[in-house]
Design a protein around this ligand. Structure first.
Ligand code: ZN
Length: 361
């Protein structure tokens, strides 16, 4: 997600904070400063940081359980509504996903129980109804907020754990893609409901913010799973453009401009006399070359060279990752004999995925 910053790393997992979490901290600090001065502002800041530590422990419940099933977690993102551990993949077994989803809430329950035990030892009353988030000792408020978090996480909507539990339960019957679609729909209906309550007279900006994240979370999850399903068992050869134009190394930029204007193609493989790929002329290369060297200079002077190439038999998912990592809008596809057979472009991939997803429905 954009606007997130890495603050540390634990056991191979990057811990990232979304800017809205920092804004929340700043907003609460300023608000308390206005009411109770510096001490109150410090107190609320420490409270939110303690809460943030509880949320991180919750996420590590998921992460460590996932690791037991061989699923790594590159990063965990902390949002005002909680944390999102980005698992490398969803385990194939719905039972494993269920256990991973439930491990976080179990950690939160354990934290609340430990705080409760400590408070009882210190002489607090036994009734849970006497604890609230607004007043009372620090540990009592932290416990109350953990119980609130527990309930919130069990709401059956992405990106909350309840959404994953719902999907895992559905997936045992209807498969991952249909289960995700159903769980995402439940999440979005809930988000719209929350948003409407948030906008009403009893509402709060916080609720609207939560509804926003739930809605986006559901859509993101559904689209990621459908893309993965559509690309299953597909290789680069099936996703590449096969009708395209090339430029000889000695062509001028003026000739490249003619080709660019003649059709839809934006990136041109540049080949030598034997048809071997020497580089790739992107639209950015072309524009920069025109400005710096003029229309009579050759494409060889302006192209990206050597351009990374890819084999047609590469699994599509890997091809997509290599295309993204290259930072280029396209990669030439070259077969084992060194012949240029296609062009893998972002634009073509998104169109083909749309078609495959439509057909899969
Ligand atoms: Zn969780």
């Amino acid at each position: 997600m954009r606007w997130s910053y890495r603050i540390g790393q634990v056991a191979g997992t990057d811990i990232k904070v979304h800017v809205t979490f920092i804004l929340l901290l700043a907003w609460l600090g300023f608000r308390e400063y206005g009411v109770g001065g510096g001490a109150a502002a410090l107190e609320i800041t420490l409270f939110v940081l303690a809460l943030f530590a509880c949320v991180t422990l919750h996420e590590f419940g998921h992460i460590l359980m996932a690791r037991r099933f061989g699923v790594r977690t590159p990063d965990v993102l902390l949002l005002p509504i909680g944390g999102v551990a980005r698992l490398e993949r969803i385990p194939e077994e719905p039972r494993q996903e269920l256990l991973i989803a439930i491990a976080g809430p179990v950690v939160t329950l354990l934290i609340a129980a430990a705080l409760y035990a400590a408070l009882r030892l210190a002489g607090s009353p036994a009734s849970l109804a006497t604890f609230n988030v607004e007043s009372g000792p620090f540990a009592a408020r932290l416990m109350a907020v953990n119980i609130w978090l527990l309930g919130f996480n069990l709401i059956p909507a992405f990106p909350m754990d309840g959404g994953r539990v719902l999907r895992a339960l559905l997936a045992t019957r209807v498969g991952l893609v249909r289960a995700t679609r159903a769980a995402a729909l439940v999440g979005q209906v809930l988000a719209v409901g929350m948003g409407l309550v948030g906008l009403s007279s009893q509402g709060s900006p916080m609720l609207i913010l939560i509804a926003f994240f739930v809605f986006i979370g559901a859509a993101t999850e559904a689209s990621a799973v459908e893309t993965r399903a559509a690309a299953q068992g597909v290789n680069v050869a099936q996703m590449m453009v096969t009708q395209f134009r090339t430029l000889p190394v000695y062509a001028t930029l003026a000739q490249a401009v003619d080709l660019l204007l003649a059709g839809e193609q934006r990136e041109f493989p540049v080949v030598d006399n034997l048809g071997r790929t020497e580089g790739l002329l992107t639209r950015d290369n072309l524009i920069r070359g025109l400005r710096e060297r003029g229309p009579e200079s050759t494409v060889a002077e302006s192209m990206t060279s050597p351009a990374p190439t890819i084999s047609p038999s590469t699994p599509f998912q890997e091809g997509l990752e290599r295309l993204r990592a290259s930072g280029l809008p396209a990669l030439p596809v070259v077969d084992a004999a060194g012949g240029l057979v296609g062009l893998l472009t972002m634009e073509n991939i998104s169109e083909l995925l749309l078609v495959r997803r439509a057909v899969a429905r």
